[in-house]
Ligand binder design. Structure first.
Ligand code: FAD
Length: 313
């Protein structure tokens, strides 16, 4: 661990790292104000982009748009819009993309989406895109200059029949025109590096950025992880043993400290193993994301100058 801290401070890595931030659309005015604060607070760390998710089944189309517009009012950080194909015709899906473009979005995270609540398997809309690769193709054809990110799964997508099929699908998304991939979250870094090695061997050449889950509540994230078949290692769960359901201030503080220290540990380990871009699932909370940025030494320029002045006496 000490080694990780030292190595990240090393000149070879320092200044070379970057983050992107994922948020979900705000439900009301208060949540929108909180998101604007997040964008302002994290702006000095120069995030490469902030991506706004698209509610399951396209349920948040308006909220995603409203959130994008609100963020654009307060920050010059590029905003990416997630877009899914589930439950919509090709024409409707591309119309939403058009609205994103009109709102000033130059970056789309192109996804298939999950089946609606109560349905276990994804069935394409009769006039819709069958999968994310088809959406990528259509977006690329319409907007050659657009940045397009896609999803990747270090532990395989639950619908995939095999690791090979999953990697073929990822490759197809790059061949259709994706610029980069953002991964599902994972907790064991070895899973990510093994996946990356297999992806390279399967011919996936594009950049793949690890998704890092920042956990305001470990137990909620654990439930989510079970649904998307992401492994929660015993050694991680053991750290939170005894904290389940404890709502008193001190327990909650300890819970968050453990979660933050794990996130820092996770990114530093990946940084020393060569990762340069981290996609942070912020859960719409700025503080843990800020702690991770600081651990990666992405401190704002102004602060670095202050430090130099202090050192100079
Ligand atoms: P695809 O890449 O289309 O593939 C999904 C699975 O289907 C793969 O296993 C693939 O192998 C298989 N498959 C694809 N095409 C075929 C084919 N022709 N024949 C057989 N099998 C096939 N969901 C949301 O609703 N909103 C969001 O904003 C959102 N953001 C996300 C962000 C990230 C970074 C990630 C990792 C996921 C996100 N998701 C989101 C979840 C995502 O929509 C689901 O995981 C969904 O089930 C799959 O989407 P995909 O784009 O990976 O699908």
């Amino acid at each position: 661990m000490t080694t990780s801290f030292r190595q990240v401070a090393d000149a070879d890595i320092r200044g070379d790292l970057e983050v992107s931030l994922e948020v979900f659309p705000a439900h009301d005015e208060a949540a929108l104000a909180a998101l604007k604060d997040l964008a302002r607070r994290l702006r000095p760390f120069n995030p490469e982009f902030i991506s706004v998710t698209y509610g399951a089944g396209g349920s948040s189309r308006e909220r995603t748009l409203a959130t994008i517009r609100a963020l654009k009012e307060v920050t010059d950080t590029p905003i990416a819009a997630h877009l899914t194909v589930v439950g919509a015709s090709r024409e409707d899906t591309l119309r939403v993309a058009e609205q994103f473009r009109e709102a000033g979005v130059n970056h789309i995270v192109a996804l298939r989406g999950d089946p609606p609540e109560g349905e276990s398997a994804f069935t394409p809309h009769p006039e819709g895109f069958a999968n994310a690769a088809e959406l990528v193709s259509a977006l690329r054809e319409r907007w050659p200059e657009l940045r397009i990110s896609v999803a990747a799964y270090p532990e395989m997508h639950p619908d995939s029949p095999s690791r090979e099929a999953d990697l073929d699908n990822l490759k197809a998304k790059f061949e259709a025109g994706a610029n980069d991939a953002l991964t599902q979250f994972f907790f064991d870094n070895d899973l990510f590096f093994d996946f990356l090695e297999q992806a390279r061997a399967a011919g996936v050449a594009g950049p793949v950025f690890p998704g890092v889950m920042l956990m305001p509540n470990f137990f909620q994230v654990k439930n989510f992880a079970v649904r998307c078949k992401a492994t929660v290692p015993d050694w991680l769960e053991a750290r939170f043993a005894g904290l389940r359901g404890k709502k008193d201030r001190d327990s909650m503080l300890v819970h968050r400290m453990l979660a933050a220290s794990f996130a820092v540990e996770q990114v530093l380990d990946m940084a020393v193993r060569g990762v340069r871009h981290f996609h942070l699932y912020t859960m719409n909370r700025p503080h843990m994301a800020e702690a991770v940025c600081r651990a990666l030494l992405l401190a704002p320029d102004g602060e670095k100058q202050d430090d130099r002045r202090l050192c100079a006496g």
